[in-house]
Design a protein around this ligand. Sequence first.
Ligand SMILES: Cc1cc2nc3c(=O)[nH]c(=O)nc-3n(C[C@H](O)[C@H](O)[C@H](O)COP(=O)(O)O)c2cc1C
Length: 220
Amino acid sequence: MFFRTLTRLDFLHACLVVDVSEREDNKQNVLPVGHVGVELVMDVFECIAARRSVRDYDARRIPRDVVEKILDAAVCAPSAMHVLPWKFIIMEDQEKLKDLDARVKKAYGLLGKAISVAFLKGKTVFHNAPLVILIVCEKSGQWFREDSALAAENAFLAARALGVGSCFIGMAHRLNDKEEDLQAAGVPKGHKIFAALAFGYPRSEWPKGEKRSPKIVSWT
Ligand SMILES: Cc1cc2nc3c(=O)[nH]c(=O)nc-3n(C[C@H](O)[C@H](O)[C@H](O)COP(=O)(O)O)c2cc1C
């Protein structure tokens, strides 16, 4: 029987931890088993409400099986006409991310400098995240933007349930402007970036965010 040492973060995001590695119903790996062979249970509403963009990560690497779970969740997203167009570029190499950061900032020109100082406070556009995932699709698809956004949210929610913070990095779409920048990002020919996602363990507390209420136009 395997027992996991709970970290402070586990308590913070209030996950119930259960050993499922020996369970009969997990033979086909259908349960959300965490990277240490445990199931992290978080109510879906709690998870949705607790997801907030994280922009301050510590340097810890996200274990490979956690990354795989995030990707598995991403590809469970709906996709127009069942095309499932997503391909993923997984980037942990900080030198490469710094290079992409410089390319994005250059694409923004003077605005890039201002954003860098005022908003990013010297960090990369990826907020120095230890992991960035690019969702790339072939250029031509009509619904690839929607498909990718849905996959991104699935990935964010899975990450949140696994204690990993995330942020959508729309700024990185500027890499689509130049073929040379796409190549530097490892994007295959004929493809473009539809979503750039930063992931990492939050350096401190999870951002709380305000309670939001839906603005209902009509309910007939
Ligand atoms: C399409 C899109 C592009 C975004 N681009 C960036 C970005 O470049 N950098 C960043 O820090 N946050 C970015 N965000 C995150 C938003 O700022 C964030 O989702 C918003 O402020 C709401 O906060 P929440 O995610 O904590 O609920 C983006 C979000 C979306 C949906």
